[in-house]
Every structure is written in C-alpha cells, then in structure tokens.
Design a protein around this ligand. Sequence first.
Ligand SMILES: *[C@@H]1O[C@H](CO)[C@@H](O)[C@H](O)[C@H]1NC(C)=O
Ligand SMILES: *[C@@H]1O[C@H](CO)[C@@H](O)[C@H](O)[C@H]1NC(C)=O
Ligand SMILES: *[C@@H]1O[C@H](CO)[C@@H](O)[C@H](O)[C@H]1NC(C)=O
Ligand SMILES: *[C@@H]1O[C@H](CO)[C@@H](O)[C@H](O)[C@H]1NC(C)=O
Length: 751
Amino acid sequence: MSLTRLLTVLGVFFSRVGGVLRPSPVDLAQIWDAQTLVSFSVSQLDAFGAISSGDCPYLSRAIRCGSRGPKALRERKRSLVWRLIESYLAEEAFLARRQAVSMMRHVWSNYELRAFGKDELRPVSGTGANNWGGIGQTLVDALDTLWLMDFKEEFHRAALWVEQSLSFSKDLNVNLFETSIRHLGGLLSAFALSGRRGLLSKAKDLGNRLIKAFPVDANGRKANIMSGAKSMGVDAKSIGAKFQKLLNQAGLPSEVVDSVLGKGALLSEQMQPSLPSSDINLGSGETKNLAGFISLAEAYVPVEWKYLTALTSNCTYSAAQDQVLHAINRTLNLEDHGLAMIMLTPLGHVFPSPQNRVSLGSRGDSFYEYLLKEAVFAKNQSYSLDPLPKKLWSSFRAKLPELFAEAQRVTRPPGPRWPQKTENASIHRGHGGSLGGWFESWKDAPSPWLFLKEITPQHTVPKMDHLICFLPGAIALQVFHSEEKSQMDLQLAHRLVQTCVHMYWRTVSDLAPEITRFNLHGLVDDAGSMHNILRPETIESLFLLWRTTKRQVYRNWGQRMLCAFYRTKTRFGFASLENVNGMPTQRRDSMPSFFLAETLKYLFLLFSEDSVLPLEDFVLSTEAHPMPILGQNGLGSWPCKGPRPNSMTSGAARSEPTAKAPSTGNLSPPATTPPVSESKRLCDSKRREELQEQIREAERNLQKLRREYGTCVSDPACWQSGYTFENCCFPAPRGNMQCWDVEFTYARCCR
Ligand SMILES: *[C@@H]1O[C@H](CO)[C@@H](O)[C@H](O)[C@H]1NC(C)=O
Ligand SMILES: *[C@@H]1O[C@H](CO)[C@@H](O)[C@H](O)[C@H]1NC(C)=O
Ligand SMILES: *[C@@H]1O[C@H](CO)[C@@H](O)[C@H](O)[C@H]1NC(C)=O
Ligand SMILES: *[C@@H]1O[C@H](CO)[C@@H](O)[C@H](O)[C@H]1NC(C)=O
C-alpha cells in the first residue's frame, strides 16, 4: 500500500467523528515518518483511529472506556490523544515482551522435562540430543536469558546442574570459538548477573582448558611452530613452497599474492604460529585445525577472555587475545587495509584458496564486531588496555564503503518470478484488521537497496549472509557510545537494517533465508540456502537501533518478526525451517542454542525498559551474553600492563600483573545467592503492601485524569494489578484471562 493510500485510509478513521481537535493524517505524518507509518500493523492503525475518534481500542486494557462515551471526548485536548496513543504503544510493547517470555517458558519447560542437561532439545520429536559432545550447550547458553526474564527458580536449578553435573574433563574435541562464545561467555555472564561463584569456577576451569589452543602457553612462551604446522599436514621447511603451489593452483597472479600478503611474505616469514588452533581436546589439550585453515572470526574472541582476566587478575587470558590481534594486524597490514580475508594460515597469513574472500558474513562477522565491542568493554580503561581494536575498527569503518552495492528496486514486479505471498501463507499468518496484518509490501520499501557484497582479489560476490545483519546494530552501538551522535552513521545503519528486514518480508514465512543474493534489481533467492535456523542478527540490530534512536519503526518491525518466529512453534519448542518460502510443515527437528541465548533475549530486550539491561553498564557478546563494562559493577581497575607493542617480535607474552593481584573477592559481585523462590519473595506481605499502595496511587491519578479529560483514559492501574505480576499475588483483571495467556495478539481474544 502506498503512503498516499495509507493516509487516505487513516483519513477515513480520523474523520469518523467530527471534532475540532482530532488529529489529521498530516499530524500523524509529523509524528512518524512515512516508513514508520507504513510499518504499523492494521490493528495498530485501527487503534489509533479509535482513540482519535473517541472510541477505545479493541481489547486494550491500558485504555478503557467509561460510560460517558465518545461525545464527552470530543473536546479533549490533542495532547491527550497522543498520550493515549503512547499508552497504547506501551501496552503493545508490554504484550510483545510478555510474548517473548512466554516463548521462553514454552521452550524451557520442555527442555527441563525432556532434555535437561542435553546439548539441544529437538523441537519436533521432543527428545534431547548431545550433538555437541554432551556439555549442556542449551542449558549453559540460556542461563542469563532465564535470569533476565526473571525465571529465577529455573535459573538456580540449571546453575546447580552446572555446578554439580557439568564436567569439562572429558576426551572431547571442541571448536575453540563456539565453546568460547557459548560456554565461556554463558558461564561468565550468568555469574556477572547472579553472583553464583560455582559458575565462575566452572568458567575458570573451562578457560584453563581452552587457553591451550593459543600459541602463547601458560608460561607466556610461544609454543613450538611444529605443532601448529603439523596440524596442517606440512612441516616448516616445505610450508612456503607448498603455499606457493596452492596459490598457483588457485590461479592467483603473483602481484595479487604480493598485494594481499606483502611482498615476499611467504618465504621470509619466521615460522611461528600466531593464531590459535580452531579445535582443541578438552581433556588432553591436543589441538587441531580441522578445516586446514583458521577463520578470521574464530581467531579473536576478546570480550569473554578479557572479562575472565578482570575477574581472576590472570593476564594470560587477555594477553593471548592481544597477541592474536597484533599478529593479524601485522601479517595482513590491517591498520591500512581495514578489511581482511576470512581464511587464514596458523601464521596469520592469507590462506591460499579460491574460496577465500573478504566477507562480513560467515567466518568474518564477529571479528569486526569484536573490534568495536572490545573498545566498548574497555571504554573506561582505555589508558591501560590495548588501543589497537579501536584503531582497527576505525580502519574497518573507513574501508567499509568498498563493500557497498546498491540495487534499484524494480518498479514493476518481474512477473511470477517475484516471490509472492501465497494464499496459504496469508491464511497461515492471519488476515488484516484485528488479526494483525501489516501494510508493508515490497512496494513500500525505499530504494535503492544497500547491500554488502563479498570480494575476492578478482571477483565480486553478490551475496549477503543473514549473519551480516549484525552490522547495522554494531554501527548503532558505536553511535550509542560516542559523544557526537552521527546522523550519517545512523542513516547508514538504518539503510542496512532495512535491507535485512526486507530479507524477511519478501518471504512467505516472514523469516529471512540463511543467504540472500542480489542483482541490479534487488534481492534474489539463493536456491541452496533458503533455510532459516532462527538466527538473531536482525533482531539484535533492531534492538540496538531502538536503544540508540527510540524510533518506533524498529519496534514495529520487531513485532512483526516476533510473530514470524512465533509461527515456528511446535509442541516442544520452535523449529528451524527447511525453506522460508515452503510450507510451514517443512521443518527441521532442530532448535540451536542461540535461539534461547540470543533471539529470544533480544526480542525480550527490544520490548523492555532500558533499565532491564543498561547499555552504559553492559556490552553484549557476539552470543548476546552481557558482560559488565570495565569499571562498572564492582569491576576494579585493569590488572595487566597495557598496550602491548608488536608481540610477534617480543618473544614472550607479558602476563605478569602490574600490581599484586587483588583477590577475586574485590572484583566480583556479592557472592551470596540463596536459591530463594522469587515468586514467594514477590508475594511476601511487604511487597504486597507496596504494590497495593502503588495501585491506590495510580487510581487516585486516574480519578484526576477522568475529571480532567473524560472517561477514555490510560489506566495505570492495569499495569500494576494486571498482568505485570502474572505469577503472583493479585487477582486477574477483568476479562477472560485465558485469552491473554494462550496467545499474543488481541486476535484470538474476546472482550
Ligand atoms: C593464569 O592462567 C594460566 C592458564 O591457565 C595458568 O597456567 C597460570 O598458572 C595462571 N596464572 C596465575 C598467576 O594464576
Ligand atoms: C599494525 O600493523 C602495521 C603494519 O604492519 C604497523 O605499522 C602498525 O604499527 C601496527 N599497529 C600496532 C598498534 O601495532
Ligand atoms: C565508566 O563509564 C560510565 C558511563 O559510560 C560512567 O558513568 C562512569 O563514571 C565511568 N567510570 C569510570 C571509572 O570512568
Ligand atoms: C495451499 O494449500 C492447499 C491445501 O493444503 C494445497 O493443495 C495447495 O497446493 C496450496 N497452495 C499453494 C500455492 O501452496
């Protein structure tokens, strides 16, 4: 629907009642830009229409009508109308937030019942699977989500399992990166939020096992080159010749090789490994590079490891990360180049393969994300921490435009090849009106689209992984933490997220495929990658953009995505889709742990108050695990000597703390966390009295508002006595409670 058409429809709503002060479509357009207006759902617009014509929105509890009816409302002030609309939107955000919680409850209750302690719950068959070697992946990854959503009893049951039953002392090969971001990060953030010391001990135990994958050994010495080279099946003497051969096979001309690697880099390089191995045996510490190369993104995971240093005062963990970044900077000349190839050798050089390329998607994504997030993590301590990440993030930002590709959207859909929402899909999604339809179609999207391409030394690859959709959020986070709020950056982030959002809206399921390609005319399918595995990146970006700008459009888009994710619900969880344009029954019996750790958490946070997780105090890791920013939450000053000079030439890592290591007790949150029953605490009589006083206060305010403005007012008492404390003390508010607990939208409900 075009904007003109939309405004005409709104105009019909708003002219229903002739009142001098009613808002006109022009007024609406002053409050919201065109794109935001188009992003509202039909039921939202219905509600605004009702409010402005003196009715109450269908099924709203925040806004109720009294007996005096619309007539009394004609004289209302325009400002009140906007206040009611704001109330209505707050109520919607509240319901969306509650929906995210209820999705987590659905998943977790089934996980506890059917797969407790297993790596994953299979959402279709309802069985548990130890497909990651039996290290409680979903449980560990989900701990902080449980805490934030206030599932405290569930949290403590899970934490107890970690402390008593989870063992990393086993003969198991794990991927260093995945285990660092999911397990190490999960344990550390759960400790940061709850203060349960058992979780920190587990994290230390895991850290001490994983650190052996780094070439800096426990004593700060460089490991022997031979172990790194052997794992690639070559020895140090022939390694240069072998690379040369591979490069020739790959058909790369030697000037290209020189320009990426640096002239003569291959043969003159001292053969010391500088990157960690990709895989490590938790029991024996034996390392391997299973793929034969090391992914850029997998080499560098600073936030988790530096937080571990902050908690333990052991600088070995942090030094290993600095060493990696300095090595990459040096071998790839990253400070100048800004962008790096995604496949590297253990020495940190470009791995010779025709598949190698510059990409912000798979194998590249979190490397760049972590340049920024480490700088944010160290914000307050930048005098003592390494300044290199910040520099490299700036280099990256400077070179980013080289990856931009614009596509003009076509003015007419090119016949049936354009993916159409099928009738079946629209039945599946529900009709318009109070069943929650959205206006936006491909036609409403502004053009040209902005894409991020991939590049090899010779080619441009016109594809954009869904993983790249982390980037608009990262740019927003940069703006959030910078003094001057760059409108240009926010504009760029917006254009990028718009492309990501459109990857969702153009499919039948409203969910994006794993990979989208593009051509001159816009987005096209990648036939081999039409699946969706419930990835979080776009939601994450919407969350960070919302926090930075407070533009309603990001919540509107998030709400539509929430509904789309909700439709993947199965009896036991939520299932990945085989094909986003296929039938909803084409499911995979798979629910990755990041759906709980990230997707549901970001959905929850997008619709929560800022105070639930202030971004001034926390930075969320690449797996959405919140880590306290240094200098916050009782974290003391940085214990290590800062910035390391070029570590490749320095031989030994500097791992001694600058001062006598303070005891861990000075650095960490309070240790006592008796597993009290949270709902009991809420229901104790003091809390109850507080709440009742709040309600009386709210009711007094309400009376006042009624006297002042008439009967249709936002009713703050709803918020106190109603569904805010759903598990607790207060009787359900009027209405059919069942309606509110079974489904999210107003749709299934009755007055
Ligand atoms: C720091 O951690 C390393 C790696 O596990 C360990 O070998 C070393 O003993 C620790 N240093 C201190 C001072 O605890
Ligand atoms: C990064 O690498 C470049 C090129 O090798 C070098 O000039 C620069 O000093 C390095 N930066 C740091 C902070 O080591
Ligand atoms: C750390 O940063 C926060 C805000 O980002 C600020 O409020 C706080 O004072 C800073 N702390 C230190 C020690 O600089
Ligand atoms: C819609 O559903 C019906 C019955 O389930 C099926 O026969 C038909 O092929 C579907 N149409 C499309 C376009 O998928």
